[in-house]
Design a protein around this ligand. Structure first.
Ligand SMILES: *Cc1c(COP(=O)(O)O)cnc(C)c1O
Length: 383
């Protein structure tokens, strides 16, 4: 028999890979309440500072009064509510896409979409740093061929596309990589997709709301529009709420509605969440100042980190990884910051490759310049 769970847990401990949770007692914001004290956090994906915005909270209150709480059933039985329908339409119109299908979460969207879309004999080409939910969606789809290309390596991808004889090819990528904060080279990826008659699936969990005109995300950032692209994004990060969606052509969206098992066999989203997302959409579109603030804070952090003994990866997004390498170093630095009232998560394998442990510093438009300065001086004091 396999090692006991206790032995396996001890092994995780010994390798510096055990994970723990901390309890947040108040709302999201730059400062979180934990154990009765305020901690300055660089740990959320609430990039625009919308998670506790009064407009979203008011929209949720109003929807709660009108629709109550539960969706009651799956979307195809009786759980598809007016707020979810309105959200799908608003997203499609705003993004300039034929149609949007709402999913409960991003993880579920990827887990359902990839197996539903891939046909018999399909080949998949997947960036090595893709999010776990894409990897799991691909595993579930069991493609006839799978190439995992080195992160951003277009030459390797092109060679693999050329070699493949598959009748159906899918390139699958994050739009913004979740633990590195860098952008996928979408123009090059789309050009390759066109040359090799492939389709491109983009998971824009970290680009939606942050990049592009009015925050429309990575495709808008690069000025791309193509029927080859299936676009997926989440509503729990920059949008500050919960949920996800896939935007695509009429036929692709209808096929997903008919076939994506994580759409069909799960309870519909509570209307209150969709109503809050609609309010978030309004703030994303109108509040350019949030994206401007994020840029300014990012520049301040990048500039200030130059003297540190650890490299901060360059980033034009909200995600700024400070590379520490070793699991225990990452844990120790995170612990020392915690003692100074700062919360920055240590990210370790399997979320990142072995030897690439890091502090994932994430900024939010709700941070102030003096917050970034406080983080920088704490990091300096540790080096
Ligand atoms: C967070 C994330 C997801 C999952 O989205 P949830 O709505 O949190 O389930 C999917 N893809 C990427 C790239 C992510 O960062």
């Amino acid at each position: 028999m396999k090692n006991s769970f206790r032995q396996q847990l001890q092994a995780l401990q010994d390798a510096g890979l055990a994970r723990t949770r901390r309890i947040v007692e108040g709302p999201q914001g730059p400062c979180l309440e934990e154990g009765g004290r305020q901690v300055l956090a660089f740990a959320s994906n609430d990039y625009l500072g919308l998670a506790n915005h009064p407009d979203l909270v008011a929209a949720a209150h109003a929807a709660l009064d009108r629709y109550g709480l539960g969706a009651g059933a799956s979307a195809l039985i009786s759980g598809h509510s007016a707020p979810v329908a309105a959200l799908e339409e608003a997203l499609a119109r705003w993004l300039g896409q034929d149609r949007v299908l709402h999913f409960s979460t991003g993880y579920m969207a990827n887990l359902g979409t990839i197996p539903a879309l891939l046909g018999e004999g399909a080949a998949v080409f997947s960036d090595a740093l893709n999010h776990a939910s894409l990897i799991d969606g691909i595993r579930l789809a069991r493609p006839a061929e799978l190439t995992v290309y080195r992160h951003g390596d277009m030459a390797q991808l092109e060679a693999a596309l050329s070699r493949s004889r598959a009748g159906e090819k899918w390139i699958i990528t994050d739009g913004v990589f979740s633990m590195d904060g860098d952008l996928a080279p979408l123009p090059a990826l789309l050009a390759l997709a066109e040359r090799h008659d492939a389709r491109l699936l983009v998971d824009d969990a970290h680009g939606f709301g942050v990049l592009g005109d009015e925050g429309r995300g990575s495709l808008s950032h690069w000025g791309l529009h193509s029927s080859r692209v299936v676009y997926m994004a989440t509503l729990g990060k920059a949008a500050g709420v919960f949920g996800a969606f896939v935007a695509a052509s009429q036929d692709v969206a209808e096929w997903l509605l008919q076939r994506a098992r994580t759409y069909i066999f799960t309870t519909g989203t509570p209307p209150v969440l969709a109503a809050a997302c609609l309010a978030a959409l309004e703030r994303i579109r109108r509040d350019q100042f949030r994206r401007d603030r994020l840029k300014q804070l990012g520049a301040q952090l990048q500039e200030g980190a130059r003297g540190l003994p650890w490299p901060l990866l360059p980033s034009e997004t909200a995600i700024h990884p400070l590379m520490l390498g070793d699991n225990f170093t990452a844990l120790r630095v995170a612990q020392r910051l915690q003692e100074q009232g700062l919360w920055v998560p240590a990210i370790r394998p399997p979320t990142v490759p072995p030897g690439a442990a890091r502090l994932r510093i994430s900024l939010s438009a709700s941070h102030e310049s003096h917050h970034v300065e406080r983080l920088l001086s704490a990091l300096r004091s540790l080096s």
